[in-house]
Design a protein around this ligand. Sequence first.
Ligand SMILES: [Zn+2]
Length: 105
Amino acid sequence: MVKKKQQEKRRKKKLAPLVPPDLERCEAERSAGHTFMTLGGRVGQMVRCDSKPIIVVTEVSPGKDGRRGSMSLCGECLNVLLAQPGAWNFTLRTLARYRKLGPKA
Ligand SMILES: [Zn+2]
């Protein structure tokens, strides 16, 4: 049992680290010149939100490479995410908690 766990640890270490979420700037994208309320088709260019993030969301289901991606979001973008169908496929951590405990916690 213990041996198996050690092997798994070693296997995980070989993977390149995921890009950590940007804790200084929200990573969501929005249509330039539009608020999220006008979304309905992707009109125009997508620009990155430049608000300060308050939370880090992490996918519940691992991606193709078996790892879970994380991204930071500000309050406004978080509300948009939560309004989407399937939004509950994420876990949320406050920025303070993320800073204190790191990505593994
Ligand atoms: Zn944002």
